[in-house]
Design a protein around this ligand. Structure first.
Ligand code: GDP
Ligand code: MG
Length: 343
């Protein structure tokens, strides 16, 4: 099993899917387990669209649902994967003590563990390592880096210049261009680096406060568009409006991603901060159609109620009629790991 951690929007899912493609080229079967505090996950839908067998643990993080993680991994055996990637929630930390070591203790015969890779987006690192950073986000970010067996800078195509990480050697990757992806895979699968070497000292009250400072929103909906519109004409304006309204309310977007499963094609659009140009993947040129099945996952620095009110308002203003809306919005509950190894 290859755990890939790192902050919200660091590039975990994108790297895992690029690595799964690289393994497929080598004739190696892989699968992925995604994780979220809610359900209706954009990441699971992306993995399935990419043809990678995907399991998920929803309604809580891996650490709080350790048994479900093991069940999800067992359930993937029908696909006979040689490598299972696991992506913990981007606000989670203390992974070595609550996942890696317990797996090593109890399930050593069933699963071999790769070293714990923690990914970091250089832009986010500059923001969160700065003196005026949001203290809750900075706490999570620093703790994640501290416990890494292996740190990887992501998005090297966008950020050739890297911030300094005191004393920490870091690999440089781009899932977009493929830079470093094969080398990273070789390194984590080599068996030369131990998994879960660093157990964190962490105050769980502070950890709970840091996660609770985030608003978490997952929605699934269908839009019937008259006249028909392309997926790009549905997602583009939706992301723009959400960005504008959240920014106007002083709510910082940490990660906003949306997918449209339309009969004419699949499209994903995402931003990792307010005012960014959306990153788009999929059928940008898909033709107009009436029915759009959307998933929306938003993580923002703020309270759930105002975030929910803004999203409700923006969705109500989407051109066309909206049916089958399912929306949850909350702050992550205090983490209570099922297992925790202390030494
Ligand atoms: N330019 C560029 N964008 C990337 C790269 N990796 C991820 N992204 C984008 O960064 C955003 C967050 O990526 P994602 O994999 O969803 O992050 P996660 O939250 O850590 O799983 C998405 O919009 C990706 O398209 C990369 O190597 N280069
Ligand atoms: Mg992800």
């Amino acid at each position: 099993m290859v755990f890939v951690g790192g902050f919200l929007g660091a590039g975990k899912t994108t790297l895992i899917l690029a690595a799964a493609r690289e393994l497929a080229r080598r004739g190696v079967r892989s699968a992925v387990i995604l994780n979220d505090q809610g359900d209706a996950l954009v990441d699971t839908s992306l993995a399935q669209t990419a043809g990678v067998p995907a399991g998920e643990v929803t309604g809580g993080c891996f650490c709080c649902r350790f048994s479900e993680l093991i069940e999800a991994a067992e359930a993937l055996r029908v696909h006979a994967p040689e490598v299972i990637f696991a992506e913990p929630v981007g606000s989670c930390t203390d992974i070595s003590a609550t996942l890696l070591r317990p797996i090593e203790e109890t399930f050593r015969d069933a699963f071999r563990l790769a070293p714990f890779s923690v990914l970091a987006d250089p832009l986010r690192a500059r923001e969160l390592l700065a003196a005026d950073a949001n203290p809750h986000m900075a706490f999570l970010f620093r703790k994640q880096l501290q416990e890494a067996d292996l740190v990887c800078w992501t998005k090297s195509d966008l950020h050739p210049e890297l911030p300094e990480l005191a004393g920490m050697p870091a690999r440089k990757l781009s899932a977009r261009t493929g830079q470093g992806v094969a080398a990273w895979l070789d390194e984590v699968l080599s068996g030369r680096i131990a998994a879960g070497q660093t157990l964190l000292e962490i105050d769980y009250n502070e950890y709970a406060r840091a996660e609770a400072a985030l608003a978490w929103l997952n929605a699934e909906l269908v839009i019937e568009s008259v006249p028909p519109r392309s997926p790009a004409m549905v997602l583009g304006p939706l992301i723009d409006r959400l960005d504008q309204e959240l920014s106007a309310a002083g709510i910082g977007i940490v990660h906003l991603k949306a997918t449209d499963h339309a009969p004419s094609g699949f499209l994903k659009a995402a931003i990792c901060g307010g005012g960014q140009e959306p990153e788009v993947e999929g059928a940008l040129d898909a033709s107009p159609c009436a029915r759009h099945h959307l998933l929306l996952n938003l993580r923002a620095a703020g309270a759930p109620d105002p975030v929910r009110a803004i999203v409700d308002r923006v969705l109500a203003g989407v051109a066309g009629s909206m049916t089958e809306l399912r929306l949850t919005c909350f702050s992550p509950a205090a983490p209570r790991p099922e297992r925790r190894v202390t030494r």
